[in-house]
Design a protein around this ligand. Structure first.
Ligand SMILES: [Zn+2]
Length: 114
């Protein structure tokens, strides 16, 4: 499961609008790299014994966009939900390059329920 290219471009554009043009630690521009795979964050409300993603429910997981600085290693996470427009599809299942294939995509809410 990875971000759609169009979604990554949109997040990058919005982060630039917010003023993030360089790494906040080392200050170097052009050193920030966006990871194409989401980082899944679970909060502490999950019941014990949940060992499969299938057991998670919508809202239990945060899908985060990971940015890392290739120079100093600073890691930043951004809540993907903040950058999503309506029901826009933001995830592609698997590693398929063909983003137009409906079989390789999940709507965000269904993806969040995996
Ligand atoms: Zn840095």
């Amino acid at each position: 499961m990875r971000w759609r290219r169009t979604f990554m471009a949109e997040v990058a554009r919005m982060l630039q609008q917010f003023g993030m043009k360089a790494c906040p630690v080392c200050g170097l521009a052009e050193s920030l790299n966006m990871n194409e795979f989401p980082v899944l964050l679970a909060d502490g409300r999950l019941p014990l014994g949940v060992d499969a993603l299938g057991e998670y429910h919508e809202g239990d997981l945060t899908f985060a966009v990971r940015m890392d600085c290739i120079i100093c290693g600073h890691l930043m996470l951004f809540d993907a939900q903040r950058y999503r427009t309506g029901d826009e599809k933001i995830l592609v299942l698997g590693l398929a390059e063909d983003e137009d294939s409906p079989s390789g995509e999940l709507p965000p809410l269904e993806a969040a329920a995996i």
